[in-house]
Design a protein around this ligand. Structure first.
Ligand code: IPD
Length: 276
């Protein structure tokens, strides 16, 4: 008997309801607001969806804790404890959402004793429900996922993002890493505009590796389980162990490609999520 099956079923159901809200809103005029910078966008839908998820989970699991992107933006602490904790990004790919670019996801991760137990990533506009449960595999719309078997970086597709930091020194580091990786050479570089969906693409085998510095725990918690349960690995951008609060991630199909990619990455360390 899986102690968290009920919670996972609830996450899938609420992600579908949230997805309907997102799909309805994408057709309409929306009010765009700014967060950490003029390119870090947020809309009323982000807030509405997060409230929907928190309210619905609280009714069913009143003792559980939350880390939600918009609650943290509104001043709540971002501290991971041993308690069962829902880590929620109501709209991952907000810039895509604002522009009607079709990769927009509701992301719900769940930890107990600081360990990721399950993840649900619903790609609302594509109607793809990605799920991963520790020890039980990962799936997209019910079909089992498996990472690519490729071991050669020069035969690989690499995903990354520019992020929302436009400090020229940071942008230089991002371009420097991209240039090095592109010139290895690799088959191609892509970015879906959603960290969670980039990671689901690693899990599905359509890209071998995704890396980014500057993401937050709510962007990667859910998809982290989906990647590892599809046979992939999570690493830090310096090749060390993945740390959910460090704002750095490499999600990769195998150690060989991970080791090769991290050698090309210019590391930097944004303020940790748990030091905000
Ligand atoms: C962002 C997206 C984007 C990534 C940023 C994230 P948001 O999340 O995942 O692809 O480059 O680092 O913050 O703000 O749309 O939830």
């Amino acid at each position: 008997m899986d102690p968290w099956q009920d919670a996972m079923d609830h996450a899938v159901a609420v992600a579908r309801r949230a997805g309907t809200l997102v799909r309805d809103a994408v057709q309409k005029d929306m009010k765009v607001m700014l967060k950490s910078s003029s390119v870090d966008l947020v809309t009323q839908t982000d807030q509405k969806v997060e409230n929907l998820i928190i309210q619905s989970v609280t009714e069913k699991f009143p003792t559980h804790c939350f880390i939600g992107e918009e609650s943290v933006a509104a001043g709540e602490a971002c501290l991971l404890t041993d308690q069962p904790t829902w880590i929620v990004d109501p709209v991952d790919g907000t810039t895509n959402f604002v522009h009607g670019y079709p990769f927009v996801a509701v992301s719900i991760g769940f930890t107990v004793n600081k360990q990721l137990e399950f993840g649900v990533v619903y790609s609302c506009l594509e109607d793809k429900m990605y799920t991963g449960r520790k020890g039980r595999g990962s799936f997209c719309n019910g079909l089992s996922l498996q990472v690519s078997s490729q071991k050669d970086i020069t035969q690989s597709m690499v995903a990354t993002e520019f992020g929302s930091n436009r400090d020229p020194e940071v942008v230089d580091k991002i371009f420097c890493s991209m240039r090095r990786i592109l010139c290895l050479p690799v088959h191609g570089m892509r970015g879906a505009g959603s960290a969670a969906l980039n990671m689901c693409h690693v899990a599905a085998g359509s890209v071998e590796v995704y890396y980014e510095t500057g993401i937050h725990c709510w962007d990667v918690a859910a998809a982290g389980v989906i990647v590892t349960e599809a046979g992939g690995l999570l690493m830090d951008v310096d090749g060390g162990p993945f740390d959910l609060m460090s704002r750095r991630v490499v999600a990769v199909n195998c150690q060989i490609i991970g080791d090769r990619v991290v050698k090309q990455i210019e590391c930097f360390s944004p303020q940790r999520d748990d030091e905000g």
